[in-house]
Design a protein around this ligand. Structure first.
Ligand code: PGA
Length: 254
């Protein structure tokens, strides 16, 4: 798959001003330069609708950072898949490590969210990855396997059809440290083979991204990793210049 998928996770950052100063020029850039990579921007949920209207008639797609497992009712503060569908949002990040850490989301809850998103015929972007402790103990594969298995247990062998998996070593997120290119390739290849084996079909119908301290300087090297289909980008996606440099590099690299 040579068309990369780039996802910008704005996290808890954004404003109406930022939609104009960042999202608008990104969507203009993608339109004018015929960028063929899929560019998905995930702003905080209060801005989804406005963001959607800004990128209308461009190839930029708006995604959500999170969703609740419940569809409606007495769940103060939550948003549902139906609400996302109502405002034409198709992609949803599920299980980001910051949700796991700060909002006590465990593998079971994340698997349920993944299920709700898939049942609504939306596309989940599942984040998996190891802590620095796991990394130092060489248990990364086991940790990722567990994060994947729980989803197969709930959804069966077609669980990952038409989905995105973002492999993000937690210790690389926001730390300006990235693993070696070989390590990223080995992990993405491991995840791909592991899912294909459980799926019982050879056709790869999912995408694997790398996330964690991706920036305008390392993107060229990262693009060369064969089993990486795209990138999940946090802090650097908030800088217009740096993010456009990434988009340029990716489109030249194809
Ligand atoms: P970062 O974040 O690019 O700032 O490391 C990545 C992420 O949290 O997905």
């Amino acid at each position: 798959m040579n068309k990369k998928i780039i996802i910008a996770n704005w996290k808890l950052n954004g404003s109406i001003q930022l939609l104009q100063n960042l999202l608008k020029p990104i969507s203009d850039f993608v339109k004018m330069n015929h960028i063929s990579s899929k560019v998905i921007i995930a702003p905080p949920s209060v801005y989804l609708n406005q963001a959607y209207n800004i990128v209308l008639n461009t190839n930029v797609i708006i995604g959500a950072q999170n969703v609740d497992v419940n569809s409606f009712g007495a769940f103060t503060g939550e948003i549902s898949v139906n609400m996302l569908k109502d405002i034409n949002i198709r992609y949803v990040i599920v299980g980001h490590s910051e949700r796991r850490l700060h909002h006590q989301e465990n593998n079971i809850l994340i698997a349920k969210k993944f299920e709700v998103v898939k049942h609504a015929k939306l596309i989940p972007i599942l984040c998996i990855g190891e802590t620095d402790k796991d990394y130092n103990l060489y248990t990364t594969q086991r940790v990722c396997q567990k994060q994947i298995d729980i989803i197969f247990d709930l959804l069966g062998e077609t669980a990952f059809c038409n989905t995105i998996i973002a492999y993000e070593p937690i210790w690389a997120i926001g730390s300006k440290k990235i693993p070696s290119l070989n390590y990223i390739q080995d992990m993405c290849c491991f995840i791909k083979d592991y899912i294909l084996k459980q799926q019982n079909i050879n056709k790869k119908s999912f995408f694997i991204q790398y996330g964690g301290s991706v920036n305008e300087n390392n993107i060229q090297q990262l693009c060369k990793i064969p089993d990486v289909d795209g990138f999940l980008i946090g802090s650097v996606s908030l800088s217009l210049n740096k993010f456009l440099k990434i988009l340029k590099t990716i489109s030249i690299d194809k």
